[in-house]
Write a protein that binds this ligand. Sequence first.
Ligand code: FES
Ligand code: FES
Length: 165
Amino acid sequence: MNTDHGAGRITVSMELDGRHRSEEIPPHTVLLDLLRDRMGNTGVKASCERGVCGACTTLIDGVPTASCSLFAFSADGCSVETVAGQSGSGEPGPVQRAFAECGGFQCGYCTPGMVMLATALLREHPAPTDQQIREWISSNICRCTGYGMILDSVRRAAELIREEA
Ligand code: FES
Ligand code: FES
């Protein structure tokens, strides 16, 4: 992190969805605002902005993190993954396809955070139990209460990832 900018600005650099990005920002900028407002990554959703709902979940070095509650400088030098990186080839990734196939969303507002959470879960537990899925997604709120279909979606994503391995 480079702090030599006068006017109290700092430069934060990261690997965002596989691409190197660097921005000069005020030091108090939270990661959510950096991603959405300065980097144009509006797939990351802002909701409670208090670290409660999980809508803004991104993976920082693979760890699900509420981007609304993290200073952007904390992600300096890190890998940051968002839902935008799920379709890097232009096609939806397996977790996205599973959510579409199983109806794991209604309004869709929680979906980017759920997709990122599921991505991290399935890396750690490629064949998760229902209990593991429930525990992992308990950090994220779906206001449409689509939890049954979200559970189905994560199970299906695990199958798709295994089939494509
Ligand atoms: S918007 Fe970040 S946890 Fe709710
Ligand atoms: S689908 Fe509406 S908040 Fe989850």
